[in-house]
Design a protein around this ligand. Structure first.
Ligand SMILES: [Zn+2]
Length: 79
């Protein structure tokens, strides 16, 4: 599916993401997004947090802006 539309940036730098776009990516209120610049474009993606060690996405604990899963915390605590 390809979506395209023109939007204006408001005085605070905000842009509203159209409802159809949010529905397509299953983005809801308070969901985390990732914003990055790539090849001169601003790319907005649904944020998916993963454990920095094993890539697990469930049961994460945030530490210094990184995410670590329960299993890796257990391993780190025993080594
Ligand atoms: Zn892990």
């Amino acid at each position: 599916m390809f979506f395209k539309c023109y939007k204006k940036i408001d005085a605070l730098g905000r842009v509203q993401i159209p409802k159809e776009f949010r529905r397509e990516l299953e983005l809801g209120e308070n969901d985390d997004i990732l914003i990055e610049i790539s090849d001169g474009r601003i790319v907005i993606s649904k944020a998916v947090q993963n454990c920095v060690f094993c890539g697990e996405s469930d049961g994460l604990t945030e530490f210094h802006d990184k995410f670590v899963c329960k299993n890796c915390i257990k391993i780190l605590n025993t080594t």
